[in-house]
Design a protein around this ligand. Structure first.
Ligand code: E4P
Length: 220
């Protein structure tokens, strides 16, 4: 499973990339707006930091405008994947752009039926939102399970990107459910490292070592 970071913050991206486990980035208009600079400039900066798929979302809502905006976004860098919302216009644009070879991430997917539409339109990625379903008392992870099973049955090649993940458990459950990609905020990626027994075990190892070899360097 690929790990994407769901952030447009360059500091967070640099830190996570230094750990060697980041395969790509997802952004959305809210995340780009938080950074306060033009999208083209900002996506370029992200592409300089992360070598992988970088999702950049359109803000147009009408198919013809989406086509124009998507082509512009795709020209920013070869790694840009254009994000389109799962609306009638979004699916219309996805179908056309996929045929042109532009890779599309269909976002704001909340049902298996919508995921079928994205696959039929040739989407490169579909993004079902787990956390936002949990927020309304639906089981978000069930959606990931349904989509991966339907895609497998019918041989669709669209990748399932588990989005709106809010905890390390979400990431693990998305992996078990067969998601190809998990996108997560920096905080969630960072939390995946934590285990009290790791801290306790390391503390004991170093204590035992130092008791005997206090002055001895570890590598001789
Ligand atoms: C995915 O591409 C979206 O940007 C993101 O996962 C949305 O997450 P949220 O529901 O926490 O805003």
């Amino acid at each position: 499973m690929k790990f994407f970071l769901d952030t447009a913050n360059l500091g967070e991206l640099k830190k996570a990339v230094s750990w060697g486990i980041v395969d790509g980035v997802t952004t959305n208009p809210s995340l780009i707006a938080k950074e306060g600079r033009p999208i083209t400039e900002h996506i370029k900066a992200i592409c300089d930091i992360v070598d992988g798929d970088i999702s950049a979302e359109v803000v147009s809502t009408e198919a013809d405008e989406m086509l124009k905006e998507s082509r512009e976004l795709s020209r920013i860098h070869k790694n840009v994947v254009v994000k389109l919302p799962l609306t009638r216009d979004g699916i219309t644009a996805c179908s056309k752009l996929s045929k042109e070879g532009i890779r599309i991430n269909v976002t704001l997917c909340f049902s298996p039926g919508q995921a079928l539409l994205a696959a039929k339109a040739g989407a490169y990625i579909v993004s079902p939102f787990v956390g936002r379903l949990d927020d309304i008392s639906a089981i978000g992870m069930d959606l990931i399970r349904s989509i991966t099973s339907i895609y497998k049955t019918h041989g669709f090649t669209t990748q399932v990107l588990a989005a709106s993940l809010r905890s390390p458990l979400h990431v693990v459950d998305a992996a078990s459910a067969g998601a190809h990609i998990a996108t997560m905020p920096f905080k969630v990626l960072d939390m995946l490292f934590n285990h009290p027994l790791t801290d306790k075990g390391l503390e004991q190892f170093l204590k035992d070592w130092n008791r005997v070899f206090e002055e001895t360097p570890a590598v001789r």
